[in-house]
Design a protein around this ligand. Sequence first.
Ligand code: PGA
Length: 252
Amino acid sequence: MRIPIVAGNWKMNKTVEEARSLAFELSRKLREIEGVEKVLCPPFPALLAVSALLQGTDIGLGAQNLHWEEKGAFTGEVAPNMVAEFCKYVIIGHSERRAYFGETDETVNKKVRAALVHDLTPIICVGESLDENESGRTGEVVRRQISLGLADVNPAKAAGLVIAYEPVWAIGTGRASSGENANAVLADHIRPALADLFGAETAQAIRIQYGGSVTGANAVEFFGQPEIDGALVGGASLKVDDFVAITQAAAK
Ligand code: PGA
């Protein structure tokens, strides 16, 4: 059985002080919820403070990005071992990074492999744009993102990957996909693409989240679907009650 995983992507929000206070409020309520893996992903400057706060809880910490090189002259970048000092998880290939910062399936692939070397759990984002969706190319797009993004990943580590299916048109728009539609993309395209790479058994073990305008109100619809193993949450992860409700809805 796959244990559901709910991760909060705080994006570029919260100073260190604000992050500390949000993480404190969240941890008080989240620590009581069992049967779901819980992850907070604050911005880089807040990782140290939030990691101290989460010590001794079962709430994991994640970064929102990393660079694939080990060290060196890469101004402004953060190396995998620096992320691994504080974090167990790292979000890779979010559609905002693909759209605004030039990430490609190839850079996603380098980042995923670098993360695994450092025993980080990558949360790899895939998903189609509105245009791709409307022209019936959803399957083709997510299959390409999976096959190129996860090429040459060590099969022994593949079962530990987390995929986030996030249709770009649903992110931050308040226009979530339906549970049924999202489930169909996972069943028809994402899990089969994972099976092509790693075999059916490993593909069954890999957790696939849904992301895109998930709220406390619509979470149940997604988690009732057989293929959906949790959520990657943006806007609602900054609201304590909403994020707690989403986490509760995911708990098995
Ligand atoms: P949203 O963002 O929940 O605000 O739509 C999701 C994401 O970008 O991961």
